[in-house]
Design a protein around this ligand. Structure first.
Ligand code: FES
Length: 142
């Protein structure tokens, strides 16, 4: 169990802080796997290392971890609809797959829009995410 000052250090470990950079070199447990066990189940928002993430499991059972805020106008994706291969924003319907690609049938010139996604995996009853540099990502937990 973390003490309050230890928890505050973790919550405020932004990308530019030395401890934030050190912690981003590791896979981090962020959620019980049972909370995103169902394909097309409701998305879950978590906050870790000063980042807001949305976790969801798509129709194929793949785990996704996206930036919590829609790249269109910043609505929270925690209110989105998870169905048919992606998570759709509740405001204008932009839909993103687990890799952050826009996959709805919106205007052609806007289909290249992506949102930030992070590697995610389930192991040991937990969902783990990696928030660091993909070029030096360690092996995923098993
Ligand atoms: S704010 Fe998300 S689609 Fe417009």
């Amino acid at each position: 169990m973390l003490r309050p000052h230890e928890l505050a250090i973790l919550k405020n470990a932004g990308r530019q802080t030395p401890h934030g950079q050190a912690l981003r070199r590791h896979w981090l447990p962020v959620l019980a796997a049972s909370e995103v066990a169902e394909p097309d189940g409701p998305p879950v928002e978590v906050r870790v290392l000063n980042e807001a993430l949305i976790l969801f499991r798509d129709s194929s059972g793949r785990l996704g971890a996206l930036d919590s805020y829609c790249p269109h106008e910043g609505a929270s994706l925690k209110w989105g609809t998870n169905a048919e291969g992606g998570l759709a924003c509740f405001i204008h319907g932009w839909k993103f797959d687990v890799e952050g690609n826009r996959v709805d049938s919106g205007a052609v010139h806007m289909r290249q829009v992506r949102t930030t996604s992070f590697p995610a995996t389930a192991a040991g009853g937990r969902v783990w995410v990696y928030l660091g540099n993909p070029e030096v990502m360690p092996p995923a937990p098993r």
